[in-house]
Write a protein of this length. Structure first.
Ligand SMILES: [Zn+2]
Ligand SMILES: [Zn+2]
Length: 336
């Protein structure tokens, strides 16, 4: 069987003809298999959705219970037949519930990894390399300049700044799903026990993480009643990046603007966004992790979905691995 007979691109997304399903479709389809809850991968309006329980719960939180005609839970590692294709989900290490999807038929195995990272994340299961013929990878940070520092070091820089400026509030911009909870958990792992204040847009997802056994420590809403601005002196406030762009942020005492993102590796981006304390924390693989993962899967062919495709495709060619960009549109970097 040829790989493209098992999985190929259509305008709606990656399509499997034998199973008649799409993986992470960007337009509504009859049957969708979803890797994780980020908005560019998990969209409402599909007929049937198959995903991990956590991903389905997250879709329910974000879109309401009617996000699909019907939803079916798949457990990691549990094999199922769809049409003639055998499908299994495996942890991707990206956000809570994130999974790679392996599709197999007639001895051909293709793994669609969704978004993934390799470093330890206390808020989700670690990525597992799956042996395959074709590995479908993202390339969000697919350039050799992208090498992410250790997460603990970035957390330490934040805590050092909090110690240094006890009269200022530290506002940490972090994407609502995954990054925000990871930042909070990393602060706890670094020994920070104070109440962390969160923007309202994070409340339900933080509650959900806690309900799934991820201890985020004391949290409180970052709401200001008149005249209590001082209560945030020396505090850490976590919110979505967009929250910090609007007036809401100006209510805090002399705020230190922090942003937790892999893009903070680029100083110019930090400057453009007015970020005083950039925290390089990525939920995507850096260059070394992308290339190491490709090697580990043993794939003889690599397809690159989105991101900086060219450099990764060239790296594969030099390593003797057939590679091509899929040029899938509709995937952004919500959880970078
Ligand atoms: Zn993602
Ligand atoms: Zn993505």
């Amino acid at each position: 069987m040829r790989a493209r007979d098992l999985l190929h691109t259509r305008p709606e997304g990656l399509y499997c003809p034998p199973g008649d399903f799409f993986i992470d479709p960007v337009r509504p389809v009859e049957r969708a298999l979803v890797t994780h809850g980020h908005a560019d991968h998990a969209r409402p309006g599909n007929g049937k959705v198959l995903a991990t329980r956590e991903t389905l719960d997250i879709m329910g939180i974000r879109y309401g219970e009617g996000f699909a005609g019907s939803a079916q839970v798949v457990r990691l590692g549990e094999a199922m037949e769809i049409g003639g294709a055998r499908v299994t989900f495996h942890p991707a290490g990206h956000v809570l519930g994130s999974a790679q999807i392996a599709v197999e038929m007639d001895g051909m195995r293709i793994v669609a990894s969704g978004d993934y990272k390799r470093r330890a994340d206390p808020t989700c299961a670690a990525f597992e390399p799956i042996a395959c013929d074709v590995f479908i990878t993202e390339a969000t940070f697919g350039l050799p300049v992208f090498r992410h520092p250790e997460s603990a070091g970035e957390t330490a820089r934040l805590l050092e700044s909090v110690r240094q400026f006890p009269e200022r509030a530290h506002l940490v911009g972090a994407y609502a799903l995954g990054k925000a909870q990871r930042v909070i958990r990393l602060l706890r792992d670094a020994g920070y026990g104070e109440t962390i204040y969160i923007h309202g847009a994070l409340a339900r997802l933080c509650d959900y993480y806690v309900s799934q056994g991820i201890d985020l420590g004391p949290l409180a809403p970052a709401t200001i009643e008149s005249g209590t601005k001082d209560q945030f002196a020396g505090a850490i406030v976590v919110g979505t990046p967009s929250a910090f762009a609007d007036r809401w942020a100006r209510r805090f005492p002399d705020p230190v603007a922090c942003f937790a993102s892999g893009w903070m590796r680029i100083r110019q981006r930090a400057k453009q966004r007015g970020v005083e304390l950039p925290l390089i924390l990525s939920d995507h693989s850096d260059w070394d992790e992308l290339t190491a993962t490709i090697t580990e899967t043993g794939a003889s062919e690599v397809w690159v979905t989105h991101g900086r495709e060219e450099a990764l495709v060239r790296w594969c060619a030099l390593a003797g691995i057939a590679a091509q960009p899929l040029h899938l549109i509709g995937y952004e970097d919500e959880g970078d």
